[in-house]
Design a protein around this ligand. Sequence first.
Ligand SMILES: Nc1nc2c(ncn2[C@@H]2O[C@H](COP(=O)(O)OP(=O)(O)OP(=O)(O)O)[C@@H](O)[C@H]2O)c(=O)[nH]1
Ligand SMILES: [Zn+2]
Length: 216
Amino acid sequence: MAITEEAIQVQSALLEHGLETPMVPCGLSSEERKSKIEEHMKAILSLMSLDLTDDSLADTPRRIAKMYVDEIFSGLDYQNFPKITVIDNKMGVDEMVRVQDISLTSTCEHHLVTIDGMATVAYLPRKKIIGLSKINRIVRFFSQRPQVQERLTQQILVALQTLLETKDVAVKIDAVHYCVKARGVMDSTSSTTTTALGGIFKSNPATRAEFLQKSR
Ligand SMILES: Nc1nc2c(ncn2[C@@H]2O[C@H](COP(=O)(O)OP(=O)(O)OP(=O)(O)O)[C@@H](O)[C@H]2O)c(=O)[nH]1
Ligand SMILES: [Zn+2]
């Protein structure tokens, strides 16, 4: 599977901004990676005294390997970057486009447990307009990586700025971290909000306020 031109542009922009997820390519195919991860998961689960001959547990190492490579960490591979539909803004739309309550599930890179949240994304159309579902898909792509919420927020911002050829993009994420809720400090009520504001969303208080205000 080839990496699209859009994915290459987004990756270069993230590297340029120092916002790329720290990665060292391992040079293996996804099937090779799954086989190796499966073997390592067997060792980990055995070290936790689990009986991998039990019929319920027997396939768990393979399931985890598939889940990591094909699902929850699939966003580490730019071959999985969504197909993007961007069109020229021929109709001259110049008011804010804002998508709220985008459901987001990611994984905390410190403990590899769930981050459960919602994103709101907005932009002011300039030269380009993007297919709405592509905004959700970009949120999902970067969520499917081990993350810290701040970096996830910034990666979505820079990806959209690059694809839309404008700085006028804003991203907000509200999320519950299971590393805070289900272990460690065990706080079951707190949530974290992060915002990344570009262009006019940063410089103009009215635009910022319009973005941050929740509708409905
Ligand atoms: N800034 C930021 N911190 C995060 C995020 N997710 C988890 N963390 C924090 O990363 C920190 C890791 O701290 P450590 O002291 O190394 O880990 P720990 O001993 O397990 O910490 P506790 O969670 O306090 O038990 C913790 O404070 C986490 O709450 C995130 O998205 N952004
Ligand atoms: Zn954590």
